[in-house]
Design a protein around this ligand. Sequence first.
Ligand code: EPZ
Length: 430
Amino acid sequence: MSGKFVVQGGNRLSGAVRVGGAKNSALKLMAAALLTEEQTVLTNVPLITDVKIMAAVLERLGASISYSDPDVIEIKPGYSLYAEAPYELVSQMRASIIVLGPLLARLGRARVAMPGGCNIGSRKIDMHIRGLEMLGARIEVGHGFIEAISEKLVGSKIALDYPSVGATENLLMAATLAEGVTIIENVAREPEIVDLANFLRKMGAKIEGAGTPTMRIEGVDKLHGVEYRVVPDRIEAGTLLVAAAITNGDIMVKDAIPEHLEMVISKLRDIGAEVIASDAGIRVAGCKCINPTDIATLPHPGFPTDMQTQFMALLAMANGTSIITENIFENRFMFVNELNRMGSDVRTEGRHAIINGVPKLTGAPVKAPDLRGGAALVLAGLAAEGVTEIFDIYHIDRGYHNFEHKLRALGANIQRISKGERSNILKVAK
Ligand code: EPZ
């Protein structure tokens, strides 16, 4: 269901909202379920487009999928899995590449369509491939597919050139069933990596060091099906916290984990938001002024690239000039052109965006360039004077479930208008 969001800006958001399960963990846990023939039950699964695509990939591989509740998914891979993840599914969601490691570990072979780039960058997978080869796989890339074969994966010492989230996950999953010990150095340390390691350990894997720069995995013969709750989504939580700051509102994001958002909380405080962190969640109680600040996106525990556009929307109205440096993806500034249509004064020079704060943003028709840029346009619309129409919102539906409902419950004047419908907000605005 796509269409557009229509946002009438100016309302201060307030109230409490519960953050859902993490997209960037749930997709990997679903892939990791392939490592056993037994049934796995995942709870707190976000009902987003990407989860539905991953479920379709698993079913195409031969697993049976059922949903007992909206946020509960049962996955039963069974004994006879296919080894091919087809182009028409992988091309819809590049994260499908994460089935490569599990299929190779379970079946000794895998044929996965090359994910290709996406709006924000080339999204290479050279570290995935090199790491699996070091575990003994023979890999050929051609005709748009990755073909991997291994009689038996054997533990090895691997050092990643860069702490790639996806490469860490594929290698971690493959190593759980490899013969002997695997050491992976310079691994990603994101909370979703720790969630995947916790899930695998519950399945019977032997893993040490998750969340640190080096992981040690001792291969086992078999893993078991388990029940597991997906970790809360730190990026959805961060997005809702910025919604509070950008409207000078007061929002309590329940279930958000402060330890997962230390840099985001620190930057919100630098900017001028009052942030209260507790075991129950994280609250932003107003942001009376928006001070400029500089941000550089880095691998965790550095500032998360997935929060870059949301902070750019906030800093667009700062009382000074900010610089955002995007170090992770080579093309994650497409959002700038759309934000400037709303009256911001941002220019980019390579990996840097220079943001000269303006007193206000004005509503305009804009187009979501990607998932996080789309969410950030909604945030800008909440603060802008007048009406903002955000098109191509299918990008947003990939990673945010019921986004407009959660914001409306907090006082936002936002509507989803499907193609052909008319918005009563527009009538009011005229
Ligand atoms: C994951 O992508 C997330 N996606 C991204 O979230 C997130 O931005 C990213 O990690 C960084 O935190 C999912 O988890 C589904 P990477 P991933 O491998 O695994 C280069 C969102 O909005 N690289 O750490 O693809 C790559 O080109 C999405 O939810 C190589 O060069 O991230 C990129 O520039 C966006 N070779 C950089 O590393 C490789 O073999 C980061 O990639 C692998 C990666």
